[in-house]
Design a protein around this ligand. Structure first.
Ligand code: PEP
Ligand code: MN
Length: 331
């Protein structure tokens, strides 16, 4: 349930509502908006008796929230959420472009690619230092050494950094280096990692699992928000279907569907969806056309020798072409 305060409600009146909710055995989370503040009740198993709340000073009305996710629902937060990272905002204005290799392989590799993608217009550098790989024998990432390289990339290029935390044992390290912490598709329902991410001061890029519904994705975002971190950026990266012409099937319908249900920004990763570099530009254009708030694209200066995901990594010239085509769409 949402307790909507009057426009002129004071902070003390909002606090009194929170105290009353706590007295009922639930939690009250204030949700300030540009027009009014509301308090979202979480932790209740069934309907809440609203009569005790409606009589409090400053309360305008109560609204039932019909979705199982509360804090990340548009019902509780009608305005689209804008997430500030460095000097960029994700979720309002122009789409944000994040680009870089699948994995950080060396300082030279990361810096070479970072300069190229920056030149082409990317604002955020992506690159995994901890890699979740299907095979235990594949390259697993450079770990902390990779994070240090990413810090150097930020220092030299001014690009912001997004990199993945693969479990609750490395998120503490990752958050010291990253501007945005990625939680990968395989970990979308790793609830201890989600809860820990909820305590991070950094924004979280939460990727949709290849077998998750949109409601399940939003419930995972709710885990993070319920611990206090409401800076969550969602990412559609393809789901598993019977179709085998691509690595995964990019679910572009997820973008308008998520925008309808949630105020959170949603970006698209066309690379892991396609699995083949030649489809990445088309899928990127589709993503922008359906309203994605950004792209997460794999780019490598030498894809045939990439230690992971070379097949889907764009050559730098292809990334420049992608940027030109995207700019043509958003102007
Ligand atoms: C990645 O971004 O490199 C990655 C591993 O993606 P996903 O979690 O979507 O498979
Ligand atoms: Mn990858």
């Amino acid at each position: 349930m949402l307790v909507v305060m009057k426009n002129d409600a004071t902070e003390a009146q909002v606090q009194a509502v929170i105290n009353e909710i706590e007295g009922m055995g639930y939690r009250g989370v204030p949700m300030p908006g540009s027009l009014r503040t509301a308090v979202c009740i979480i932790g209740n198993q069934g309907p809440v008796d609203e009569s005790q709340l409606l009589v409090l000073e400053g309360v305008k009305e109560t609204i039932r929230v019909t979705k199982p996710y509360k804090l990340v629902s548009r019902e509780t937060h009608p305005e689209s959420r804008s997430i500030a990272v460095g000097d960029i905002k994700i979720g309002v204005g122009k789409p944000v472009i994040m680009a870089g290799p699948c994995a950080v392989e060396s300082e030279k590799q990361a810096l070479t690619i970072a300069h190229l993608v920056k030149e082409a217009g990317a604002q955020v550098f992506r690159g995994g230092a901890f890699k979740p790989r299907t095979s235990p024998y594949s390259f697993q990432g450079l770990g902390e050494e990779g994070l240090k390289i990413l810090a150097k990339v930020r220092q030299e290029t001014g690009l912001l950094i997004v990199t993945e935390a693969t479990d609750h044992t490395n998120i503490e390290l990752v958050e010291q280096y990253a501007d945005i912490i990625q939680i990968g598709a395989r970990n979308m329902q790793n609830y201890s990692l989600l809860r820990r991410a909820g305590h991070s001061p950094k924004p979280i890029l939460l990727k949709r699992s290849f077998a998750a519904t949109i409601e399940e994705l939003l419930m995972s975002a709710e885990y993070i928000s319920s611990e206090g971190n409401n800076q969550v950026i969602l990412c559609e990266r393809g789901i598993r279907t019977f179709s085998d012409n691509t690595r995964n099937t990019l679910d572009l319908s997820a973008i308008p569907a998520i925008k309808e249900s949630s105020p959170l920004p949603i970006i698209v990763d066309p690379s892991h969806a396609a699995g083949k570099r030649d489809y990445v530009i088309s899928l990127s254009k589709g993503a922008i056309a359906v309203g994605a708030d950004g792209l997460l694209v794999e780019v490598h200066h030498d894809p045939p020798h990439a230690l992971s995901d070379g097949m889907q990594s764009l050559y730098p010239e292809q990334f420049s072409e992608l940027m030109k085509e995207i700019n043509g769409l958003i102007r």
